[in-house]
Write a protein that binds this ligand. Sequence first.
Ligand SMILES: C[S@@+](CC[C@H](N)C(=O)[O-])C[C@H]1O[C@@H](n2cnc3c(N)ncnc32)[C@H](O)[C@@H]1O
Length: 288
Amino acid sequence: MSEKSPALQPPAADAAAANLWDQAAIGWNAHAGPIRAWLRASTELMLLSAGVRAGQRVLDVAAGTGEQTLEIAARVGPSGSVVATDLSARILAFAAARATDAGVSTVETLACDGEELPFADASFDAVVCRLGLMLFAAPDSGLAQMHRVARPGAKASVLVFSAPENNPCLAILASTAARHAGLERPDPFAPGSLLSLGRAGALQAMFARAGFQAVQSTRLSAPFVMPSARHYVDFVRDSGAPVIKMLAHLGPGAQEEAWSEMEQRLESFTTATGWAGPNELLLVTGTR
Ligand SMILES: C[S@@+](CC[C@H](N)C(=O)[O-])C[C@H]1O[C@@H](n2cnc3c(N)ncnc32)[C@H](O)[C@@H]1O
């Protein structure tokens, strides 16, 4: 698999966001195993809801290192195809390599902003976006684009984090990092933040505004299981771009203190067999 289309440069306004994920790309790729296990059941439901099946042309928005892209490729089979897009060209390079390594030739990668998809109207049979839309500066625009490129009758399925109270690990990470960084207590619903689309009914309303019909929303429990809180913090240190960004201006010692306090607070989710951080996702699906 190779990059068949020319990679577009993200517009300047998005360069910082792309750069953030460029930096986290290696970590996100290195932790592919735990991420796959964490999101396996939710991904299965997302692809089922989007009606992904053999022979289709599917768009994977904010595809990251392409873990779900390969799942889609397996479902559409040799007569179908997947276009994996992301703001970060670097993270997408891992998706391309992953497809090549798996001997899959039906995946195409294209670096572009999900708010400005460079595809013709009605050109996909299904559209999915796993844990990406909440990071968009303007998720309404992202959904409008998904709607535009989906063919009439096609479905779009999006997974995001749900309410802050059901994602306590993210709340702990954000509030601890903000305090150490001398920042205001973060507004969980601030645009572009991990929990920004978690307010009840918000994403469903956005789907309807974008023009989708028969919009359905489901809450999914997705605990992140790790051997220990330390392993989870190591994952965030390598891959959690928004948290890494908050601490970036601190010296190494001050950063270490912040990470250590996060680990200590996260110890409360230690179980008899290891560690399980509660997470709840929202799966929202609509029909063009
Ligand atoms: C948490 S990762 C999820 C990646 C992948 N979907 C997964 O579940 O493994 C979020 C991804 O969203 C991408 N992203 C953020 N804002 C974006 C935008 N406006 N357009 C396209 N991708 C974006 C980031 O570059 C990053 O790769």
